[in-house]
Design a protein around this ligand. Structure first.
Ligand code: HEC
Length: 154
């Protein structure tokens, strides 16, 4: 065998014996899906709706200001500054599809408890698990109220 044939043999053997590209992609997808499942389960287990019953705000303005601050810092990049689902990430070609919070037909319209839970727990389709990210209950409460209020517009 000529010297230059050796690397070729090694490559052929490696390709022939190892998993195919499709198998490796499938395995990576399975690992990612399992990680998503367990994060989802962890967030669901951690969520405690009763925490919000005892939460109080000095004034409604403080709650609204905090909500706007959290939203602009943590949410607008995906959900858009107006809550239309057109944040920078999405417009830059990301595959995420956040819903518009401004549609009257939005399933969670007016439902603060549902929105708080959705924020804390997240989804497997790209909504971060904010409870696991360490977003505090008062921040979840304030930003949920802000979203439900139409981002302070009404
Ligand atoms: C990385 C992008 C991203 C960020 C950052 C993000 N979201 Fe989301 N969010 C999504 C996507 C994508 C969905 C839709 C997920 C789905 O369809 O399962 C979603 C869904 C939601 C929903 C549920 C809506 C519904 O109808 O099911 C709420 C409420 C929400 N987000 C609020 C927030 C708030 C509040 C913040 C900031 C604390 C935030 N999101 C930050 C991407 C994001």
């Amino acid at each position: 065998m000529r010297w230059f044939a050796l690397p070729l043999v090694v490559v052929v053997l490696a390709v022939g014996c190892g998993p195919t590209e499709e198998e490796m992609a499938a395995e990576a997808a399975a690992v990612a899906a399992a990680a998503q499942d367990s994060m989802m389960a962890e967030a669901v287990a951690m969520f405690d709706a009763s925490v919000f019953d005892t939460l109080t705000w000095e004034t409604p303005e403080k709650r609204a200001d905090r909500g706007a601050q959290v939203y602009n810092f943590s949410c607008a990049r995906c959900h858009g500054s107006e809550g239309l689902g057109d944040g920078g990430f999405v417009m830059a070609g990301d595959t995420l599809r956040p819903p518009s919070f401004r549609e009257p037909t939005w399933a969670m319209a007016g439902d603060e408890p549902a929105v708080r839970r959705a924020i804390f727990v997240g989804t497997k389709e790209g909504m971060p698990h904010w409870g696991l990210e360490g977003l505090k209950a008062e921040a979840v409460d304030a930003v949920a109220a802000y979203v439900v209020s139409g981002l302070g517009s009404d």
